[in-house]
Design a protein around this ligand. Structure first.
Ligand code: ATP
Length: 335
């Protein structure tokens, strides 16, 4: 049985329809018309122990709502949810002992207390044996360099330091699963990298299963072999990041530098490719790799134009994903 087993998970929010026009607030209050918003719509997936999975989607896709159900904060409207053999909402306390949670936008630390005191409170809350707590703290200190700000109140530390403290706080009680919602949001490049290295280690070396949502696709490229994409509350892709690239990354970019542009009347002609940008003698051509090959294109171009240099670009995963969401066939990809 998978560690996390989700079948037809659905969450419907009932929201009040706001009236517009004069006295709208009063009319909204009196009429109480409701509308249902299906934030998570029959989502199913299974995650094995030790996996690190990226849970992606555009704004409002239903990522946070799914995570809230997985962590036991929200009750599902319908569907089946089992984590480590438990139902998160119904067995909240036992469930909380097995999971760690970091919501990048919120803190689980006590704002006015020095960081170390939050860690001590967590020791009592989770009843972590003292020796275990000390050992974990020392490991996290090595990996996250917490020493410099352990005695500083949370409100005075930087965002990067806070995220490091949040991660340590979420893991002090040795959870089997870590849920992360935007763990690198707002951080600079160095701070992001440090968090990524840490997540890699606790996944590889400690076997912690990790599910993370992020808007930073570098996080995903670096950390997750598997991604689940959701849109309008529904899973539209679940599989390897590489396959996602293959399946959606049809386009390639060929950059062509000509010796001089006097050989050209107007634009570069290349069957199966289109010029998408031009700066003087440099052209960016886009081609569909299912329609032609880079070799054929290069052979054609070099027989006609004085070429100085050529380069092929892989499409960025960002643009791959953007295209997924723009594609009309998205609904048909429902996996
Ligand atoms: N408590 C709530 N009451 C009513 N509607 C809600 C509530 N929480 C979320 N929604 C709606 O459910 C949908 C999914 O929201 P959710 O926050 O899960 O998306 P998300 O993928 O996490 O988005 P983002 O990336 O912007 O955080 C949205 O339409 C949102 O407006």
């Amino acid at each position: 049985m998978p560690l996390i087993d989700v079948a037809d998970l659905t969450k419907v929010f009932r929201v009040v329809v706001r009236q517009s026009g004069r006295f709208s607030a009063l009319r909204t209050f009196l009429s109480r018309e409701y509308r249902d918003v299906c934030a998570v719509d029959h989502v199913s997936f299974a995650i094995e122990a030790g996996e690190m999975v990226g849970y992606l989607g555009p704004n409002g896709a239903g990522k946070s709502t799914t995570l809230k159900m997985l962590t036991g904060i929200l009750a599902p409207t319908s569907g089946h949810l089992s984590i480590d053999g438990r139902e998160p909402q119904r067995q909240r306390i036992e469930h909380a002992r097995r999971i760690g949670v970091v919501f990048g936008q919120r803190t689980q630390l006590w704002w006015d207390l020095p960081v170390i005191e939050s860690f001590e409170l967590l020791r009592y809350i989770y009843r972590i044996p003292l020796e275990r707590w000390k050992a974990n703290l020392s490991t996290f200190d090595d990996l996250l360099d917490l020493g410099a700000f352990l005695n500083t109140p949370v409100r005075q530390i930087s965002l990067g330091q806070r995220m490091r403290a949040e991660l340590a706080a979420a893991l002090l009680h040795d959870p089997a699963i870590l849920f992360l919602d935007e763990p690198t949001i707002g951080l600079d490049v160095i701070a992001r990298e440090r968090i990524r290295q840490f997540l890699e280690r606790i996944n590889h070396e400690c076997g912690v299963t990790i599910i993370l949502t992020t808007h930073d696709l570098n996080d995903i490229q670096r950390l997750c072999r598997r991604v689940i994409l959701i849109d309008h509350g529904r899973v539209i892709y679940d599989g390897a990041l590489e396959t996602l690239r293959e399946r959606f990354g049809r386009w390639r970019i060929l950059i062509v530098d000509l010796e001089r542009d006097d050989a050209l009347d107007d634009t570069l002609e290349a069957p199966g490719a289109e010029v998408i940008e031009r700066y003087g003698t440099r052209f960016r051509l886009r081609f569909d790799r299912s329609a032609t090959t880079a070799a054929a294109l290069i052979a054609y171009l070099s027989s006609r134009y004085p070429i100085r240099d050529l380069a092929i670009e892989e499409p960025e995963i960002e643009s791959v994903i953007r295209r997924i969401y723009e594609a009309p066939e998205v609904a048909r990809l429902h996996a």
